[in-house]
Design a protein around this ligand. Structure first.
Ligand SMILES: C[C@](O)(CO)[C@H](O)COP(=O)(O)OP(=O)(O)OC[C@H]1O[C@@H](n2ccc(N)nc2=O)[C@H](O)[C@@H]1O
Ligand SMILES: Nc1ncnc2c1ncn2[C@@H]1O[C@H](COP(=O)(O)OP(=O)(O)OP(=O)(O)O)[C@@H](O)[C@H]1O
Length: 268
């Protein structure tokens, strides 16, 4: 079985409160984007994990695909598989790529073993792997609060718009990025604003990580400004960075970004 775990973007990201468990409460819109990894699993005599593509830092035993297997195996004693992850989505990039791999692994193992888990059960397993993981179970645009696991329906469709994602080859640790932010209650109604036309978002719908990271990494600010100069309806850093996205009505010239990792395509 093969699947294509996709990236997400954050449209608006308020970091509203530091929690007693060390995490932060956030408010954000998560929106899926078709920049994808490839994840294949086949039945095997023993559990094997192999990855190709972009190098994944750290011990392969800690890969979220394996973590997903162990979480389900502990409870359901499932047979071993050979997993092959071809890594394409930039890492430490605010795109939730690792989280998507973990959540898709849960969905695949559920299907392959006919476990018949509900969406809620798969979200709960995913939440044990990381804050961004549960979103990728349903994988549709949603308004998110809590640590990243509380979902509110959001009637937002950007279908057909062109998105450009530029990753300036800077790896930002999520933990460090959070430690550089002073939490603050939302100063505007993010959810309501997201329901108004995209042309009204600029300067209003903000990512709170930008305040600390844009000064530290001027290239992020430069790319964001360039995307606006090229006619973006809206541009922002996603998550804890370092990827910046721009949303456009039409395809744009990408020659400004040849030294970076870039993906462009239509939003669903
Ligand atoms: C920045 C976002 O991508 C926005 O969607 C997410 O909040 C990050 O989610 P993630 O990468 O899945 O993060 P996790 O692997 O759960 O946590 C990594 C570290 O980030 C910090 N963290 C993460 C999520 C959160 N809501 N509050 C936090 O303070 C914690 O220090 C945690 O130890
Ligand atoms: N399948 C995976 N893909 C990428 N990183 C993984 C994966 N599984 C585990 N990791 C570990 O997670 C770390 C990256 O986590 P990090 O949260 O910074 O990036 P991410 O999951 O790619 O997405 P984001 O930048 O949005 O958080 C890597 O250094 C690696 O050790």
């Amino acid at each position: 079985m093969i699947t294509f775990p996709n990236a997400k973007i954050n449209i608006g990201l308020g970091i509203t409160e530091k929690r007693t468990d060390g995490f932060h409460n956030i408010a954000s819109c998560f929106y899926p984007v078709n920049w994808c990894d490839m994840l294949e699993m086949i039945p095997s005599k023993k559990l094997i994990f192999q990855s190709t593509g972009i190098d994944i830092p750290g011990n392969p035993d800690g890969n979220l695909c394996l973590k997903a297997y162990h979480l389900l195996n502990e409870k359901y004693d499932i047979p071993p598989v050979h997993m092959h992850l071809h890594k394409i989505i930039p890492i430490g990039a605010g795109l939730g790529g690792g989280s998507a791999d973990g959540a898709f692994a849960i969905k695949m193992l559920n299907d392959m073993n006919s476990l018949d888990l509900s969406i809620k059960e798969m979200e709960d397993f995913s939440a044990q792997m990381g804050s961004d993981c549960p979103f990728f179970i349903e994988n549709k645009p949603v308004y998110v609060t809590g640590r990243g696991e509380l979902f509110d329906h959001l009637d937002l469709s950007l279908e057909g718009k062109q998105i450009v994602l530029v990753n300036p080859n800077i790896h930002i640790s999520t933990k460090e990025a959070y430690s550089g932010v002073v939490p603050q209650a939302l100063t505007y109604a993010l959810k309501e604003r997201l329901l108004s036309d995209i042309s009204s978002w600029k300067g209003v719908v903000n990512n709170d990580f930008e305040n600390s990271l844009l000064d530290r990494y001027p290239i992020i600010k430069k790319i964001k400004n360039q995307l606006y100069e090229q006619g973006a309806l809206y541009a922002s850093m996603t998550g804890s960075g370092s990827t910046i996205f721009g949303i456009f009505d039409e395809e744009i010239d990408l020659s400004n970004y040849t030294e970076f990792m870039v993906w462009s395509g239509k939003l669903d």
